[in-house]
Design a binder for this molecule. Structure first.
Ligand SMILES: Cc1ncc(COP(=O)(O)O)c(C=O)c1O
Length: 292
């Protein structure tokens, strides 16, 4: 049977390896402790979207957790392009991970690991159904602290995604597609694996990147599009009560682009259908990616 573990193109430490034999040691600290950083991105017509930004974020994530990238971001980018070309699909899902590698012993001390591992996985993208963009999705709110928060690395994309995994599980159990994470102060700063925007009248609001969010590449691109379209933007954290009373809400991420949220905790957002500002931005986003 075809699965991601057989149909993907995999590159480990710069070498393409058959997917079914693409293995990392059980002693790798990425496996043992989630001691790793990563990026998820996608291609349009075979071209990775915002590759430079993703590589810059990977480098920053690595610095935050004191992992030295094994090769320069430029070489990582070249390797990633080679893996994308080998895979051959125009629309790909790409994951680039760097782990701290194998330690000399099982101890936690990061100094025990001398050689970080790098892995690129490229797989044909299964796009979300059009219906989700046309009709919007349901989301839940989910109270949690992000794993990076307590160690001052909220803006790093670190390997430990257990909070997001459990938040997504809770969302699916309630028939929803995303969990909007509520912090200790009752604010919704981002989704389990997305950034969150709300629209009040014609003003777009999202949490500033000085709060505990992963500064999304799609979020940054959306803000630039909003500016180009003359849409007023406010960067401020959104209390849950305010978010749920917004006229429009959408989430965004590299894989899902901009996705309207029409229900939160079983209650309609605005009239319960994707709103005009969301649709305008989604159209603009797709136009910009079609020009790659
Ligand atoms: C916690 C979190 N926030 C935001 C995002 C969106 O980031 P990007 O637009 O760079 O994909 C993601 C993506 O996976 C994420 O995991």
């Amino acid at each position: 049977m075809s699965s991601v573990a057989t149909s993907s193109t995999v590159m480990i430490d710069g070498r393409i390896v058959p997917a079914e034999r693409a293995v990392i040691s059980v002693f790798d600290r990425g496996f043992l402790y989630g001691d790793s950083v990563f990026e998820t991105l996608r291609t349009y017509g075979g071209v990775p979207f915002a590759l430079r930004e993703h590589l810059a974020r990977l480098q920053r994530s690595a610095e935050r957790v004191f992992i030295t990238l094994p090769v320069s971001p430029g070489i990582l980018g070249e390797e990633l392009l080679r893996a994308v070309q080998t895979q051959g699909s125009p629309e790909c899902y790409v994951r680039l991970s760097v782990t701290r590698g194998v330690g000399l012993s099982l101890g936690l001390d990061p100094g025990l690991a001398q050689r970080p591992s790098r892995v690129v996985i490229v797989t044909a993208l299964s796009p979300l159904p059009d219906r989700m963009y046309a009709q919007g999705i349901a989301a839940i709110t989910y109270r949690a602290d992000r794993p990076g928060e307590s160690v001052g690395a909220s803006d790093a994309k670190i390997g430990n995604y257990l909070v997001a995994v459990l938040a997504m599980r809770a969302a699916h159990a309630r028939g929803a597609n995303e969990a909007l994470v509520e912090d200790a102060n009752g604010r919704i700063l981002e989704g389990a694996t997305s950034n969150v925007f709300a629209v009040f009248g014609s003003t777009l609001v999202t949490a500033p990147d000085t709060t505990d969010i992963l500064p999304g590449i799609t979020r940054a691109h959306t803000l630039r599009l909003a500016q180009a379209l003359g849409i007023a933007v406010e960067l401020r954290p959104l209390p849950k009560a305010e978010l749920t009373a917004a006229d429009e809400v959408f989430i965004c991420s590299s894989i899902r682009e901009l996705l309207p949220v029409v229900r939160i905790d079983e209650r309609a957002v605005g009239p319960g259908v994707p709103g005009p500002v969301t649709q305008l931005l989604l159209r603009a986003f797709r136009e910009s990616t079609s020009q790659l």
